[in-house]
Design a protein around this ligand. Sequence first.
Ligand code: FAD
Length: 359
Amino acid sequence: MAAPQVLVAGAGVVGLAAAYYLSGRGFAVHLLDPGPFPSLASTASLGVLTHFNGGDDPLSRLYCQGHALHAELAIRLRDQTGIDVGWRPLGGLDLAGDEAEIAELRESLAFNLERGCPAEWVEGAPLRQLEPGLSDRMLAGVYFPTDQRVDPAALCRAFLQAAQQQGARLSAGERVEAFGQEGEGVWVRTRSAQYHADFLVLATGAWTGELGETQGLSLPVRPVRGQHCRFSGPPVHHLLRHQGAHLLPAGGELIAGATVEETGFELQTTAAAAERFTRLCEQVLAQPVRLLAQYAGLRPKPKGGRPHLGRLQAQARVLVVAGHYKSGILLGPLTGQLLADWIETGGPPPEMQRFAPER
Ligand SMILES: Cc1cc2nc3c(=O)[nH]c(=O)nc-3n(C[C@H](O)[C@H](O)[C@H](O)COP(=O)(O)OP(=O)(O)OC[C@H]3O[C@@H](n4cnc5c(N)ncnc54)[C@H](O)[C@@H]3O)c2cc1C
């Protein structure tokens, strides 16, 4: 019997994870994406896999499972493709530079410990031992040993290569303009072609709301711009957090980010972001830094604070996996795995109703 065919619209981290897990289970996968590759959101993303601090609701459970998946996935992808996806258990350090921030950090420590999240207060010599390059302005910190990082662009490249080794195809330069279900199959139209398959997966990130509207569907996912800057400078060893921003090591460089900006589909980087993150480095680090590059991407923001995951009501062979907002790198692999389960077994299960795509 021929393998069931799945069209995946969108080759960001979520679409690629879907392609990887589906092709690994024998589905014939065809990815369609207008480009660029890796997606701008993946390139701009920090790749932080933040500690999980409890909660027993469906979204918290996804975070917990998503976080737990990365270490083993990194090994599997490296064995299969030779690509190091940059997964590192760096540990995180939330930093305080004045009395008000110290009070906030103490509250955060109590909250995290109460919820069973490993965390530890550090100041003085132990703080300097953990992170020798800190400036004198940094007075205290909370250390989170379970914070991790993965390189989002490398993860995307590895997913694509592994999926292709398993038989998946990518058609770059293809934007889905219309789609629908007809009987036991689906169709998709792009500017240059019409495709048919057994299933369609919409992994179109920040563009999902716009694409839904063209089909008369309410899939309210909208773009929220994020920027980060890369610097050369003194080495840092952990994921440093200060005043709502991150500073982290990446291949000999420093990454500082990220902004959260309601600027629609505008993708330009700004001088204001470069200034903000240069100032952050000056505050947190003892040594000066030099700006090397700046990136912007669009986070897919969902309605209701939870991703849109599941089948369309009237077109059960069309599945949506979009709206991961600030956590698409953390949740992308798990989403791909769950999606493959649902296509294989007829899910999603009833407890996922909360994530139903149409809102
Ligand atoms: C600055 C910044 C920092 C971030 N930091 C983190 C972090 O530390 N940790 C974390 O977990 N997450 C982080 N994120 C969020 C994360 O990057 C996103 O949630 C994730 O990349 C979204 O993946 P996606 O595949 O849903 O969307 P995308 O990567 O945007 O992929 C969607 C793809 O769909 C394609 N597409 C669009 N329309 C169509 C169409 N009509 N037909 C076919 N294809 C189409 C696009 O070309 C694109 O390639 C950050 C994001 C930003 C911007």
